[in-house]
Structures are given as structure tokens and as C-alpha cells.
Design a protein around this ligand. Sequence first.
Ligand SMILES: [Zn+2]
Length: 198
Amino acid sequence: MVVYSRGFAPQNILTKEEAEEEKRFFLENLPVLLKHQKVVLDNPKYFFSLPGSFAFGSWPYIPGDGPVYTGYLLLGWQSGGLLEHCTECGGSIYLVGVGGSPLSGSGSCWGPCLECGEFKRTFEKLSDKMVCIAELRQNHPVEKSEWVEEDGFEFCWGGGGSGVGSGLSPAKKKRLVRRQLVEPSDFREMIVKLNEFD
Ligand SMILES: [Zn+2]
């Protein structure tokens, strides 16, 4: 049996109040983030800071879902791929996450509207948002896979190695490892730093 991905599951360790506070902090500081987006995009520690537990993509069957870092949001807002119209005020919803099924099209995406001053949920063109997030995550990986060489042994047929006849001899082995490229900043600490640019 083939087991397909069931979608990224964010670790929700926050209480409802904490989750609301997290959103409120993000909404309040969104103007600062937008104002200093070049600083964030130029600094990998800021780029990969996680805005909150609400910032993620989650969908089954196809790869590419997972956390949505601050830099992904800024790039997605710049390209328009992570923007939606707010039906209530006509302003922009700055999407921060999407969840649902790419097959049925059911699900939603969410993010704050600055004019309304609150998080909104929309249901438009979800697969476009999924593709946008998957591409951002693929093009700007927080970690990379690389081959590392390490000492090991290999089996030799006859004559090789240190023993008589066949046996094991020292050899370089290659192993694929995933390395985290940067240590991301805490989102709140980043906001404090960004405020110092004013
Ligand atoms: Zn609005």
C-alpha cells in the first residue's frame, strides 16, 4: 500500500488566547514588516523567521506544504500570488496560510486585512495559493541536502584490503544529509530590530 502525504500538521501547542494574541501581534506589526521588507529579504535570519503558528500550507497528495516563513510571505505578496481581495472593504488580504485538498478544491486560505484590522478567511483559487507556497518553499529551502563523505569500509573480492583474500578495506562512503542553512530569528525579536530602522 502506498501512503500518501496527509498534509503538514502544524504543532498546535498554543491555547486559543495565545493563538489570538499571536495573530494580533502579526496584524499590528504588518505595516513595519511591509515597510522594511527589503531588510527581511536580504537577511536569511529574518527571511526564515516564522511569523506564527498560523503561517503554514497544508494539503495532501502532492509535496511542498509546510511552514510559511516571513520571506515567503513577502515574496508571495510582491508577486500577488498570496494576495486576495477583501470582500468586506475592498482592500487586500495578506494571505499567510492555506489548507485544503488540491483535488477537490475544498479548504480555505487565511490572512489579515489591514483595513478591516482582522484575520479573514477566503476560498478563492486555493490551488493557485498551494502552487505559490510550494514553489517558494522549493526555491528558497531552509535546509539543503548534500552528500558528505565519511570513513567507512567496503567489501573487496580477493586480494584487496589488509586481510588475506577477500575482506573489508577502508573506503570513503557517501551519505546524503539534510543541513539547516541558517538559524532563523525569533519573529518578535526581528520586529524589534526592524523598528530600530525607523
Ligand atoms: Zn477588509
